[in-house]
Write a protein that binds this ligand. Structure first.
Ligand code: 5GP
Length: 193
């Protein structure tokens, strides 16, 4: 039986509550890891370099692209984001399930290079709820919120590309659903082998 971990693309609009669900997933399942991306975005209050992201300059980001250091990378509302390749492969080899919290363009690249990945799309109960959450968070300017909502609408139209769509109507319920999706995929893989 293969001990390789699952590669899980975990996507959803900005403000949908992905981070909150992710924290609970990490606490609930010791086999889950979250890949730490590199970004050219400025850190938000409370974000720590190497924990939420590796905060890099555009030049450093471009050097990483040139060195083929990313599994995928994309631009999102004016900033670059990318998944460092080496740590993800290392964790998968160790049998850990690695979550990539990424946007749509990155997911499409992963789907090409790793077609066996498991993909989960988190959606808000309604678009109004998403808008309220983004405004309530207070971490972005009105212009950035508007741009993020526009991107969220575009991304929602692509929900059918994902293996699973999970509605974040209740965080604990959504966490349970994601855990059950993971265990279902593992059971199916175990039967196949
Ligand atoms: P935020 O600025 O709110 O932290 O992230 C903005 C968007 O970029 C979110 O949808 C987030 O999931 C996505 N993102 C974060 N890291 C990566 C990455 O490494 N690659 C891609 N393609 N998207 C990412």
């Amino acid at each position: 039986m293969s001990n390789r971990g699952l590669l899980v693309v975990y996507a959803g609009a900005s403000g949908v509550g992905k981070g909150t669900i992710m924290k609970k997933l990490l606490a609930a399942d010791p086999n889950i890891r979250l890949s730490v991306s590199a970004t050219t975005r400025a850190p938000r209050k409370g974000e720590v370099n190497g924990r939420e992201y590796y905060f890099v300059t555009r030049e450093e980001f471009e050097n990483l692209i040139a060195k083929d250091g990313f599994l995928e990378h994309a631009e999102y509302v004016g900033n670059c984001y990318g998944t460092p390749k080496e740590p993800v492969f290392r964790m998968l080899d160790e049998g850990l399930d690695v979550f990539l919290e990424i946007e749509l363009k990155g997911f499409l690249q992963i789907k090409e290079s790793c077609p066996d990945c498991l993909s989960i799309f988190i959606v808000p109960p309604s678009f109004e709820e998403l808008q309220a959450r983004l405004e309530g968070r207070g971490t972005e300017t009105p212009e950035v919120i508007a741009a993020r909502l526009k991107t969220a609408r575009e991304e929602l139209e692509h929900h059918h590309l994902f293996d699973y769509v999970v509605v974040n109507d209740d965080v604990d319920r959504a966490v349970k659903e994601v855990l059950s999706i993971i265990s279902d995929r593992k059971n199916k893989l175990a039967i196949k082998e």
